[in-house]
Every structure is written in structure tokens, then in C-alpha cells.
Design a protein around this ligand. Structure first.
Ligand code: NAD
Ligand code: GLY
Length: 379
């Protein structure tokens, strides 16, 4: 509860200073980097990139939708600072995270004679961030890249922690590596142009952080939903800051996901990924799968006596408040089982879950019986 009053105080100060900025430093085994959060303008971002990274060339990677909305202002800011800025473009959507698109971007970087002192900017959502980061990690054995996330999901999750990669026809994120950004620049005001559905999908990851760590965040979500749903820039800046601080702390303690700490970020994802995969990555957004998955996994935690009764119902209320789906789609047990067996957290036959034992307390669990899982996903 101490956090709740601190957050409310911060909220008041955010109101007074609409353009307030905040920074977080993330230490990593590769490169340490700074996350800048706050309503800003593109010339300031370019000045910061120049100051911190001294690039010889800058290339901006973006999908067509983001290019239309923000491309020319970012490119103009770069050109005004003397850069002959190049571009990498892709169609919007998950299908761009492909070997074909990575290959096409490698060829374009070669065509633009990009050298090792160049910086690539990933301007967009998680798709562009993952693809651009992977291309940057592999071209000339590694170029610096800057994450400029423009979706809520990317601002609170995918732009921090250095997981980059592409999909194969057989599965999501099967090819990739850890490649940390050299800088993250987050402007919450760009969230205003996001569709309602994509905004809500991002809120699922925000809710996940509230279960994972911080009961101040929980009460902020419960009590300030009107400002949050209105995407007030200062409130969003505060929310994004809290989420990035939690993610930064987690990835610093387990950078390559091998001691169980980073795997807690997967709360809701064992079931959520299964829903995405069983619906062909088309009708359900990642955040929507996570929302339904968190509720199912919270009910599982209650069923096995790990979480107190009532936790899942409170989560349902929160998920509804942010206009996210709460009921699982119908699949056979065989479909659920086959899909969850492919989860990257599994070892042997057991299906692994990151389960809550209370608000603010989630741990990796591998000893859940299949009968309990079946009872939850098949009702
Ligand atoms: P996305 O990148 O496809 O963006 C969603 C849509 O919003 C796109 O159509 C995009 O053009 C549009 N868009 C982006 N910014 C906008 C803006 N400001 N205004 C209007 N429209 C805008 O999807 P996403 O949800 O950001 O990311 C999903 C991807 O992130 C998945 O591939 C997932 O695997 C990946 N991911 C990665 C990590 C990680 O740690 N690397 C974590 C979570 C998710
Ligand atoms: N989004 C999960 C992770 O970064 O580990």
C-alpha cells in the first residue's frame, strides 16, 4: 500500500508537469542502456542519439502504418541534423517477422552501404522491434539499434530486455537471439493514434506487471481507469515507467532466462500462446491471449491451492475494465495439450506455468498435474 500513495503523489506531479521526463538505466551482460520516457519531440530524440551513440549513418525501420503516421517527422528530424537517413519498410502485421523480410532488409542495408558505425532505429510495435533488432544483431555481426516503441505492448514489454527474432512457419520466435538496444526512447503521446483494440491488448501486459510485482500499480489500474482508457499522456508516462522499471529489474537479474526469474514474465503466456497458436495467429491478438491466459492460470493457481480464492475474480474485473476478453475459446483437450507441450519453458513431459501465489508474487512451477490443467482449460 506504501507504493499506492507514492504513485498517487507522482500522478499529481505528472499532472502539473505534462512534459515531465523520466529515465531508467538497464545494466546488461552486453551493453548497458538508458530508457527515456516522456512526451517528447523527434529532434530531441535525434539529439540524444547523436550525443549517446555518435552514429555515422542512421536507418529507420518501420511498418507502412507507422511510416504513414510518424515516418516523415522522424526522417525530417534526422535530416535536419545532417543525417542522410535511410529506411527499411515492411507491411504491418506478424507475417513481417519472417526470414524473407529479414533477408530483404539485410540486402537493403548492403545496398545502402551501411557500415558498423551506423545505428538502426526500430520505430514501431513489437513486430518491427523484434525484426529490426534481429537484423541489426546479425548484419555485419552486429549494429547498434535504438528501440522507439509506438504500441503500448512494445513500450511496456518488447522494447526492453533484448529478445529479438523472427518466426518460422512451424512456430513463433523460433529464430532469434539476445541483442540489447543501445537506447530506448518512449513517447507515450504516440499511443493516442493506436486502435482501441491494440491499446487494450497492451493493457494486458500492464495488468500482468500488476500481478507480478506491485500492488501500487494494481490500485492505480483499478482507480484510474478513466484517465488510462483516455490515454492521458502523463498517466500513461507513469504507467509505462512503472512497467519498464519492473521489467528492467527482472531482466537484469536473469538476462538470458535461465534461473526462473525472467520466466515469471510469462504469467498468462502458457495458455495465451496456446490460444494464439490454435487460432492461427489471426483472430486473437497477443495481449488478448495473455488476458484470457492470466485468468485461466490464476484459476489454476487457486485450484491447486497455491493462490488464495478470490484472486482470479479480482483479475477478471480488471481485465473486463480494460475491455479485454475473459472467457477461453473452446478447443479439445488434445488440441490444448499438443499446443501447451510446445511451450519453451517446458522440461520433459511436464507443462510449465508461471503462477501467482498472491498479488505481487509469481513463480515458475513445473509440478502441475495434467488433470488440473485439463479441468481449467476444458471446464
Ligand atoms: P505490432 O508491432 O504488429 O503493432 C500492432 C499494430 O499497430 C500494427 O498494425 C502497427 O502498424 C500499428 N501501430 C503501431 N504503432 C502505432 C501507433 N502509434 N498508432 C497507430 N498504429 C500503430 O504488434 P505489437 O503488439 O506491438 O507487438 C507484437 C509482437 O511483439 C509479436 O510479434 C510478439 O511476439 C512480440 N513481442 C516481443 C517481445 C520481446 O520481448 N521481444 C515481448 C512481447 C511481444
Ligand atoms: N516478454 C518476455 C521477456 O522479455 O522475457
Amino acid at each position: 500500500m506504501k507504493y499506492a500513495s507514492e504513485l498517487k503523489k507522482q500522478l499529481v506531479s505528472f499532472r502539473k508537469f505534462e512534459s515531465v521526463r523520466s529515465c531508467l538505466d538497464v545494466k546488461s551482460d552486453q551493453e548497458s542502456y538508458r530508457i527515456h520516457i516522456g512526451a517528447g519531440n523527434w529532434p530531441e530524440m535525434v539529439a540524444e542519439i547523436q550525443r549517446a551513440l555518435h552514429p555515422t549513418q542512421v536507418v529507420v525501420a518501420m511498418d507502412e502504418t507507422v511510416a504513414e503516421l510518424y515516418g516523415s517527422s522522424v526522417l525530417n528530424a534526422l535530416r535536419d541534423s545532417g543525417f542522410a537517413a535511410g529506411q527499411l519498410r515492411c507491411p504491418p502485421g506478424e507475417s513481417s517477422k519472417s526470414t524473407d523480410m529479414a533477408n530483404s532488409w539485410w540486402q537493403e542495408l548492403a545496398g545502402q552501404a551501411v557500415d558498423r558505425q551506423a545505428v538502426v532505429i526500430a520505430l514501431g510495435g513489437g513486430v518491427v522491434g523484434d525484426l529490426c533488432g534481429f537484423v541489426a544483431a546479425t548484419y555485419l555481426r552486429g549494429l547498434k539499434f535504438v528501440q522507439v516503441p509506438t504500441t503500448l505492448l512494445a513500450q511496456v514489454d518488447s522494447s526492453v530486455g533484448g529478445k529479438v527474432g523472427i518466426n518460422l512457419p512451424t512456430g513463433k520466435n523460433l529464430v532469434g537471439c539476445f541483442w540489447q538496444p543501445s537506447l530506448v526512447w518512449i513517447d507515450p503521446s504516440v499511443l493516442r493514434t493506436l486502435s482501441e483494440r491494440e491499446f487494450s491488448a497492451g493493457m494486458a501486459e500492464v495488468i500482468k506487471y500488476a500481478v507480478l510485482r506491485d500492488d501500487g500499480l494494481l490500485s492505480l489500474l483499478e482507480e484510474h481507469s478513466t484517465q488510462i482508457l483516455a490515454r492521458e499522456t502523463e498517466v500513461m508516462g507513469l504507467l509505462v515507467h512503472r512497467c519498464c522499471a519492473i521489467k528492467a529489474d527482472i531482466v537484469q537479474r536473469d538476462p538470458r532466462e535461465n534461473n526462473g526469474i525472467r520466466a515469471t514474465l510469462n504469467f498468462g503466456h502458457t495458455v495465451g500462446h496456446a490460444i494464439e497458436s490454435l487460432t492461427g495467429y489471426k483472430s486473437v491478438l497477443h495481449g488478448e491471449g495473455v488476458a484470457m491466459g492470466m485468468i485461466a492460470e490464476a484459476r489454476l493457481a487457486e485450484r491447486i491451492g497455491l493462490a488464495p480464492l478470490g484472486l482470479a475474480d479480482r483479475l477478471v474485473e480488471l481485465v473486463r475494465q480494460y475491455r479485454l476478453p475473459t472467457n477461453l475459446p473452446k478447443f479439445t483437450w488434445e488440441q490444448w495439450h499438443q499446443s501447451m507441450r510446445r511451450d519453451k519453458k517446458n522440461m520433459g513431459q511436464q507443462i510449465a506455468f508461471a503462477l501467482p501465489s498472491a498479488w505481487g508474487c509469481v513463480a515458475l512451477t513445473r509440478d502441475v498435474s495434467l488433470a488440473d490443467v485439463k479441468a481449467i482449460v476444458c471446464g
